[in-house]
Design a protein around this ligand. Structure first.
Ligand SMILES: NC(=O)c1ccc[n+]([C@@H]2O[C@H](COP(=O)([O-])OP(=O)(O)OC[C@H]3O[C@@H](n4cnc5c(N)ncnc54)[C@H](O)[C@@H]3O)[C@@H](O)[C@H]2O)c1
Ligand SMILES: Nc1ncnc2c1ncn2[C@@H]1O[C@H](COP(=O)(O)OP(=O)(O)O)[C@@H](O)[C@H]1O
Ligand SMILES: O=C(O)C1=C[C@@H](OP(=O)(O)O)[C@@H](O)[C@H](O)C1
Length: 542
């Protein structure tokens, strides 16, 4: 079966980029085996590459190369460097696309052209550079660079860097986790999770935008400073736009202020927006991107756990009105999401814990592994401290939780962007959760309200015979062990019921819920018996 063994990373790039040298270095640092396609070919052919070219010609070489590369993509679990021309062969392009779709990383090692050309010409032995080597190299670079950019999902610039420094940078990039979001009605994009992934801002924005508006809140200033530096280094005109924090930023007045600014600065359709901050900032930035000139490119840099696992992915953008939250907005997907774990270093404990509410919800509806990880690390998660986080073992645990949770979200969003059915499962725990938020005048955080809502939905599932008491108890014990609330007793049943009737899942005067038939098996529940709906509420009051 394919995918059982696969390279940790595949390195592509021009001749002389350092694919072999840097690739070996990375493999050594990561304690992994290294393979070079050219060596494998020479081994199979029983002769050196220049000799093979001379004897059989380039087309025959490309056929052999393709066979060797495709075999290795399914049967090698280290760092794998390809020959310079390999990614130009259609069968290899297909192999790489499949490898990426299975979660692989194709790294384009982007050396400075002058440096790579000079290195490629050293020593000879490169049949593609026969004749005027510099001219040949430049011609190939022109043909290949755009293809390399598009077949790779990770771009690493190494100008002026030693092989060791380049290898360290590459290793950081390889360490990231990538969830590819795709679907029939959305432009595909990647959610990148890892320490330092913000460094890929320019790769994700692409070369079209000249101006980039960086929309962020004040509490994440330190992270937006880094983003602004990266944008300027990459040659964009970066415009810093600070918005009021949290829900105060999600208003028509704030959006209007930004529209005015974009107009004054001459933002065109090819320019772009970066939203950086918690879910409120990314919702607002996405809304501005969706509406400016009827839609321009935007990238999200979520900085809270909740924004990383939920708000920044899935394309719901919006603002609040005096009548309620998220009442105005648009489904508009980002060009990419960069969930940089470095941002979490400044996140307060209570806002981190709140994010775990949505993480657990994703476990209940689809992914028992999430629940297992939460169980295994409940104590450390509950004690989250941003100041020590990046140097702790918790970093990998959190990265894994984010990857799993984003995958759950991506699965639902891919099939049902506009929430016609499947996507509603993401709303597990939200029917009561939203009512609590409203009755608490939004002083309760969303993830906390969802945690109580999940216990309520579990109680309702049990009352109607879908799940046993053990699973209800498990909801309480798991959420409680993470420091999340599991009960609420600050409002009347009449008020709660009235608000649940205004939930977006309700139809006419009928309530609709998401309940469970078991972990990973959510179902829609239409118009349940009134006494069960009320009894479940009584049970979360204590
Ligand atoms: N679009 C969607 O699909 C979707 C999904 C879920 C939630 N949301 C929206 O997301 C918002 C909630 O997101 P949230 O919980 O991130 O709230 P938030 O954006 O209000 O952030 C919470 C607080 O944490 C601060 N903060 C964020 N990251 C920080 C960091 N790294 N360091 C220090 N402080 C930091 C923020 O400035 C804010 O004060 C709501 O508006 C909700 O409607 C949207
Ligand atoms: N970052 C670098 N700095 C200095 N020398 C390098 C660097 N990367 C590669 N080299 C040297 O350049 C030459 C070509 O590198 P190589 O790894 O063979 O490139 P490729 O496999 O991409 O064609 C080798 O002599 C290598 O040691
Ligand atoms: O660029 C090319 O077409 C080639 C590059 C070489 O690999 P390196 O890039 O490792 O030199 C080798 O596969 C062959 O000479 C063809």
């Amino acid at each position: 079966m394919s995918g059982m063994r696969r390279p940790v990373a595949v390195i592509i790039g021009m001749m002389g980029a350092g694919k072999t040298r840097v690739g070996k270095e990375v493999a050594q640092m990561m304690n992994l085996p290294f393979a070079d396609a050219d060596n494998e070919i020479e081994h199979d052919a029983g002769m050196r590459i220049p000799e093979y070219f001379e004897k059989y010609g380039e087309p025959e070489f490309r056929r052999l190369e393709s066979d060797v590369v495709l075999d290795m993509l399914e049967d090698f679990d280290g760092i794998f460097s390809l020959g310079g021309g390999a990614p130009m062969t259609p069968s290899i392009q297909e192999g790489l696309a499949q490898y990426i779709a299975d979660g692989g990383k194709v790294v384009y090692l982007m050396a400075d052209p002058e440096e790579a050309m000079e290195r490629a010409n050293r020593g000879g032995g490169r049949p593609m550079l026969n004749g005027d080597a510099n001219e040949r190299w430049k011609k190939l670079y022109k043909e290949r660079d755009p293809v390399f950019r598009s077949v790779a999902n990770v771009h690493v610039g190494t100008r002026g860097q030693s092989p060791q420094a380049a290898a360290r940078k590459l290793m950081e990039m390889i360490d990231q986790r990538i969830v590819h979001v795709t679907g029939s009605t959305i432009e595909p994009y990647d959610v990148r999770i890892g320490e330092g992934v913000m460094g890929q801002l320019a790769q994700v924005l692409g070369s079209k935008p000249a101006k980039v508006a960086l929309i962020h809140t004040q509490p994440v200033q330190r992270h937006s400073d880094r983003a602004r530096t990266l944008l300027r280094q990459a040659g964009y005109d970066a415009y810093d736009i600070v918005i009021p924090d949290a829900e105060a930023g999600k208003t028509i007045e704030v959006a209007n202020g930004i529209w005015q600014r974009l107009g004054d600065e001459g933002f065109t359709r090819s320019d772009a927006i970066v939203g950086l901050g918690g879910g409120a900032a990314t919702d607002l930035a996405g809304f501005v991107a969706a509406t400016w000139m009827r839609g321009i490119r935007y990238v999200n840099c979520p900085t809270s756990l909740l924004a990383m696992v939920d708000a920044s992915t899935g394309g719901k953008t919006g603002i609040n009105t005096p009548q309620g939250k998220n009442l105005v907005g648009s489904f508009y997907t980002p060009a990419g999401v960069l969930a940089d774990l470095k941002s979490l270093a400044s996140l307060p404990n209570d806002i981190f814990i709140e994010g775990l509410g949505e993480v657990a919800k994703s476990g209940f509806i689809m992914d028992p592994e999430i629940l297992q990880i939460l169980e295994d690390h409940a104590g450390e998660l509950r004690a989250f401290d941003g100041s020590t986080f990046l140097d702790s073992g918790l970093k990998d645990v959190v990265a894994e939780l984010i990857e799993h949770t984003v995958s759950v979200k991506a699965y639902h969003v891919s099939a049902d962007l506009k929430e016609a059915g499947l996507r509603e499962f993401l709303n597990y725990g939200h029917t009561l959760g939203h009512a609590i938020e409203k009755l608490e005048h939004f002083r309760w955080r969303h993830g906390n309200a969802v945690a109580v809502g999940c216990v309520y939905a579990a109680e309702l599932s049990h009352l109607l015979g879908y799940i046993d008491q053990n699973l209800v108890d498990y909801h309480r014990s798991l959420l409680g062990s993470l420091g999340l609330p599991t009960s609420w007793n600050n409002g009347t049943w009449d008020d709660v019921l009235a608000l649940m009737h205004r939930d977006k899942k309700a139809r006419g005067n009928k309530l609709r819920f998401v309940v469970l038939e078991g972990v990973g098996h959510p179902i829609h529940l239409e118009d349940p018996p009134a006494d069960a709906v009320e009894e479940a509420f009584r049970r979360i009051q204590q």
